[in-house]
Design a protein around this ligand. Structure first.
Ligand code: CP
Ligand code: NVA
Length: 319
């Protein structure tokens, strides 16, 4: 095991400076100015899915291929991982065969165990707690539409205790944003996540607001974000959840509180009429399909940066 190996398990794993460099890299890759293929050979990247996916699956597959590598997509139940073999043993086998391990799973602790036993980078492709790769795509989208991230107000409404709320909070303050998170009393980010975000905000000039007041959160926002009210793994709670968050819907009426030129993000898949109105997500302020496209540019930048930072690939342009 190499202690210098860099992993991307939570939004805090990139310092503000590193996050900014990964975003620069993603923009250069999107502009097709980069051309470096860290997985040329081709080396294999294993991508495990314990939950379903469209964007993450396709963007990793395409991104790995564009970086010269060979993607190996393994769905839940198709490998021994987590069923017949420990995560630690799986990591010790995988690190001898592949160049990076990407994993969408339930427990964050599983990702941590994988990373602790792997000499190749481990990437969180969504867990119950975080979706850090999504945030690199989202911040790239904000940069494209607003020119920068620092100093902007980003407001999240809805299930404020889920993976997207946590990631918007942590990655947003890392990018110097004023992040407001609004949801019902019992569905707000956990205290340690709020504390970590506040620490990060001190470094970047960003700020953290946690509130149950949706209107206060939206007031004069530059970027409005939301997510499904029923995340993967919560299907049994669907009926109750569809009632819980109704005051936190991104409706056309609610959008009047945000700045006139505010943009709207949603990681997708979206449920029109629940967390967001059709007129909003299909309207002129919505940039959700730019955001979806940016997943592939973001994945390429994340993988390239981790390979170089871990000493497993070289390119003088990647710091
Ligand atoms: N946004 C996102 O991660 O989408 P998928 O679940 O389709 O991968
Ligand atoms: N919160 C959602 C995000 C989907 C990309 C979920 O975990 O299902």
């Amino acid at each position: 095991m190499m202690s210098s190996t860099r992993h991307f398990l939570t939004d805090l794993d990139f310092t503000p400076d590193e996050q900014s460099k990964v975003l620069d890299l993603a923009a250069a890759m999107k502009a097709d100015k980069f051309g470096y293929q860290p997985y040329a050979g081709p080396q294999t990247v294993a991508v495990f899915f314990d939950k379903t996916s469209t964007r993450t699956r396709v963007s990793f597959h395409a991104g790995i291929a564009e970086l010269g590598g060979s993607p190996l997509i393994i769905n839940s139940g198709e490998s021994q991982l987590g069923h017949k073999e420990s995560i630690a043993d799986s990591a010790k086998v995988l690190e001898r065969m592949v160049s990076t391990i990407v994993w969408r799973t339930y427990k964050q602790s599983g990702l941590e165990e994988m990373a602790a036993n792997s000499s190749v980078p481990v990437i969180n492709a969504l867990s119950d707690d975080y979706h850090p790769c999504q945030l690199i795509a989202d911040l790239l989208t904000v940069r494209e539409h607003k020119g920068a991230t620092a100093g902007l107000t980003m407001s999240y409404l809805g299930d404020a205790a889920n993976n997207m709320a946590n990631s918007y909070l942590l990655a947003g303050v890392t990018a110097g944003m004023h992040v407001r998170i609004a949801g019902p009393e019992d569905y707000l980010p956990a205290e340690p996540i709020i504390a970590a975000a506040q620490e990060r905000a001190k470094l970047t000039g960003g700020s953290v607001t946690i509130t149950t007041d949706a209107a206060a959160a939206l007031k004069d926002a530059d970027v409005v974000v939301t997510d499904t009210w029923v995340s993967m793994g919560q299907e049994d709670e669907k009926e109750a959840r569809l009632k819980l968050f109704t005051d936190y819907s991104v409706t056309s009426e609610a959008m009047k509180l945000a700045k006139e030129d505010a943009i709207v993000l949603h990681c997708l898949p979206a449920y029109r009429g629940y967390e967001i109105d059709a007129e909003v997500i299909d309207g002129p302020q919505s940039v959700v399909f730019d955001e979806a496209e940016n997943r592939v540019h973001a994945q390429k930048a994340i993988m390239t940066w981790l390979m170089v930072a871990s000493g497993l690939a070289e390119d003088s342009r990647v710091e």
